[in-house]
Write a protein that binds this ligand. Structure first.
Ligand code: ADP
Length: 262
C-alpha cells in the first residue's frame, strides 16, 4: 500500500472509558490503514471495541493515546470546530437507527446537512434530489419516514450521508434493523456506490454476508485487531496487489500480524 493511497491511518490508538466506578480500555493500541476507495468491514464479538474504533477514527470521540490521520491530516491538530467542519464536509454517517427527523420528508431530511452548513436552499434541494436518485428513491422524496419501509428509510439515510459528496462513509450496523433480503439490497447499494464513485466505506457489522461483500474484513477482539482477511472477491478485483494485502498482515501499512496481538 503506497502512502498516498492511504486515506485513514491509525497508530497505537488507545481509548479508555472511565465511568467513575469502572475503567474500561476499549481500544488497546490499534494500528490500521485503509486505502482510498476501499470498502472495509470491522467485525468481532459484541463489546470488542468496533463502535469505539469507528467513533475514534471518524473524530466523533477522542482518543487517550495514539494518532489518527484522515486524508493526511492529523485529527489531534484540529480544534473542535475544525473537526466538526471537516466531518460535515468530508464524511457521511449511516447508523442502525435511521436518525431521520419524523416531521421532515425524505428530501428535507437529506438536504438538512447542506442547509446547516450554509448552502443555498435551491442548491441544497438539487443535491438532495440527486442523492435520492442515486439510492433509487427519487419518487419517494415527499414522503415522511413513517410512510417509508425500513429499507427505504435506510436508503434515505444513505442519501443523506452522500449529499455532501464525502470522501469517507462510516456505517455502524447499517443493516442491523433490516430483514436479510432488505439488508442485502442495502449492502449491494453501498457496494455499488463504493465502486461507482470510489467512496471509501468503513462498516461495523456482525453479519458475515456483509463482510464477504467488502474488500477486506478487519477482525477485532478485546480492543485489538487480531486478524484481517480479504472479502469474497479478494483485493485483486480492484487491481490492488494481493501479495501486499491484508492476509499477510501487511495491509494497513503497519498492522501487526494477528498472532502477535494477543
Ligand atoms: P462493540 O461495538 O464491539 O460492541 P463498543 O465499542 O461499543 O463495542 O464497546 C467496547 C467496550 O467499551 C465495551 O466494554 C463497552 O462496555 C465499553 N464502552 C463503550 N462505550 C462506553 C461508554 N460510553 N462508557 C463506558 N464504557 C463504554
Amino acid at each position: 500500500m503506497t502512502e498516498d493511497s492511504v486515506i485513514i491511518r491509525a497508530e497505537k490508538v488507545v481509548k479508555t472509558y472511565d465511568t467513575g466506578t469502572a475503567r474500561v480500555t476499549a481500544l488497546q493500541g490499534v494500528d490500521l490503514a485503509i486505502r482510498q476507495g476501499e470498502m472495509v468491514a470491522v467485525m468481532g464479538p459484541s463489546g470488542c471495541g468496533k463502535t469505539t474504533l469507528l467513533n475514534c477514527l471518524s473524530g466523533l470521540d477522542y482518543v487517550n493515546a495514539g494518532e489518527i490521520w484522515l486524508e493526511g491530516k492529523n485529527l489531534a491538530t484540529m480544534s473542535d470546530r475544525e473537526r466538526t467542519e471537516y466531518r460535515a464536509r468530508r464524511m457521511g454517517f449511516v447508523f442502525q437507527v435511521y436518525n431521520l427527523l419524523p416531521v421532515l420528508n425524505a428530501v428535507e431530511n437529506v438536504e438538512l446537512p447542506l442547509l446547516v452548513s450554509g448552502r443555498r436552499p435551491k442548491e441544497a434541494r438539487a443535491r438532495a434530489m440527486a442523492a435520492l436518485e442515486a439510492v433509487g428513491l427519487a419518487q419517494w422524496a415527499k414522503h415522511r419516514p413513517a410512510e417509508l419501509s425500513g429499507g427505504q428509510r435506510q436508503r434515505v439515510t444513505i442519501a443523506r450521508a452522500l449529499v455532501n459528496d464525502p470522501a469517507i462513509v462510516w456505517a455502524d450496523e447499517p443493516t442491523g434493523a433490516l430483514d436479510s433480503h432488505t439488508a442485502n439490497e442495502i449492502i449491494d447499494l453501498i457496494r455499488e456506490l463504493n465502486e461507482r464513485i470510489g467512496l471509501t466505506v468503513v462498516i461495523v457489522t456482525h453479519d458475515p454476508a456483509i463482510g464477504d461483500r467488502c474488500d477486506r474484513i478487519i477482525r477485532m477482539r478485546d480492543g485489538q485487531i487480531v486478524g484481517e482477511t480479504p472479502g469474497a472477491l479478494g483485493l485483486g478485483h480492484k487491481g490492488w496487489p494481493v501479495g501486499a494485502g491484508a492476509a499477510d498482515g501487511q495491509a494497513g501499512g503497519g498492522v501487526r500480524p494477528a498472532a502477535t496481538t494477543r
